[in-house]
Design a protein around this ligand. Structure first.
Ligand SMILES: Nc1ncnc2c1ncn2[C@@H]1O[C@H](COP(=O)(O)OP(=O)(O)O)[C@@H](O)[C@H]1O
Ligand SMILES: [Mg+2]
Length: 326
């Protein structure tokens, strides 16, 4: 199949090249950026997910924000959707969004926020996605109106495990690397979870020459696996570690390491024999599962398929949920 040569005379690219942040990049990095942009443009045109900016109307006020971006309501072809825009319009942030698009556009799962396309103006880039009506998990847990109910918790965690079963079994596997409550949305209409933010996701290719050092150590340390913090080589099991701490948070309604400061956190990460206590989890079977997720040694930690089996076994042995009729 032949494809049209890529027209790189896009206004966007010409504008970006004028940016100070572009000229500060090495020649190699400039070339990398140019290729990434060309590739994304090509894939988007071919896959019909390049959207003309004139088709969308973005609400000027964001309804949410993250570390590097703001999230706005948006109208597109009669639909109410959401759009992600970088806060700082420098080349490195645009590169991050392009990388996010490259991976996100290939993923489809009921528990992932649906990527819909991308568009750009003179000097900015926007990711269009399904809007989730609800809150992120952190907000949800902090404002739970219902009691901490094992059956509701079970639903949330089962969906989370399912989505990681999907990501880790892709070919090549997708390593998410940024699992934290802020990136998990709960749809208030049906309580379904939707994972968002593929900003740190990567295809995991088990190649000794490839380094998986997390650049810049962005994000919160709370859910970060010790091997990432210690800048060791790491693999898909970093997601399992975060998943274990999120399970702890959901079942106790208490953020892990809530009493730690940066010194005690550093200590925990560096000292092999310092472990995180899960004593607040009263159910022994559940506590064993969580402990096996958060084992500091990745060799002793579950992989996703092992976790899935133990989790299904655990939930199938729970007493049936009683229906109370008042
Ligand atoms: N599709 C969406 N629908 C509703 N809320 C969203 C959506 N995407 C993100 N959010 C909210 O915006 C916040 C920031 O989005 P995120 O993609 O995580 O940005 P960042 O990459 O800057 O961290 C999330 O924590 C979430 O609360
Ligand atoms: Mg985020």
């Amino acid at each position: 199949m032949t494809t049209n040569p890529i027209n790189i005379n896009e206004e966007f690219f010409i504008e970006i090249k004028k940016h100070k942040s572009f000229n500060e990049l090495s020649e190699l990095k400039q070339e990398e950026f140019e290729n990434l942009f060309k590739q994304t443009l090509h894939d988007a045109k071919y896959g019909k997910w390049l959207i003309n900016k004139s088709e969308i109307v973005i609400d000027g006020n964001p309804f949410a924000s993250g570390t590097f971006s703001t999230i706005h309501d948006c109208k597109w072809r009669g639909l109410d959707i959401a759009v992600k825009c970088p806060i700082y319009k420098n080349v490195l942030n645009i590169v991050d969004l392009l990388k996010e698009i490259q991976i996100w556009n290939t993923l489809r799962h009921p528990n992932l926020v649906q990527f819909m396309g991308f568009t750009f103006s003179n000097d900015n880039l926007y990711i269009l996605m399904e809007k989730v009506y609800g809150n992120n998990l952190k907000h949800y847990l902090n404002n739970r109106t219902t009691s901490n109910n094992i059956y509701k918790n079970k639903e949330i965690i089962t969906q989370l495990i399912n989505v990681f079963k999907f990501l880790h079994n892709c070919s090549p596997p997708v390593i998410y690397r940024d699992l934290k409550p802020e990136n998990i949305l709960i749809d208030k209409n049906n309580n379904n979870i939707k994972l968002t933010d593929f900003g740190l996701s990567k295809y995991f290719i088990n190649d000794d020459n490839e380094s998986y050092n997390m650049t810049g150590m962005t994000g919160t340390l709370r859910y970060m696996a010790p091997e990432v913090y210690l800048q060791k080589k790491y693999d898909l099991k970093v997601d399992i570690y975060s998943l274990g701490l999120i399970m702890y948070y959901i079942f106790t309604n208490e953020q892990p390491f809530s009493s730690y400061n940066s010194n005690s956190m550093d200590n925990y990460m560096k000292m092999e024999d310092v472990i995180f206590s899960t004593i607040k989890i009263k159910n022994i079977h559940l506590r064993t599962i969580i402990n096996k997720c958060i084992d500091k040694d990745p060799n002793n930690r579950y992989n996703i398929d092992e976790l899935y089996i133990d989790w299904i076994n655990f939930i199938s042995n729970l007493p049936k949920e009683r229906c109370i009729i008042s």
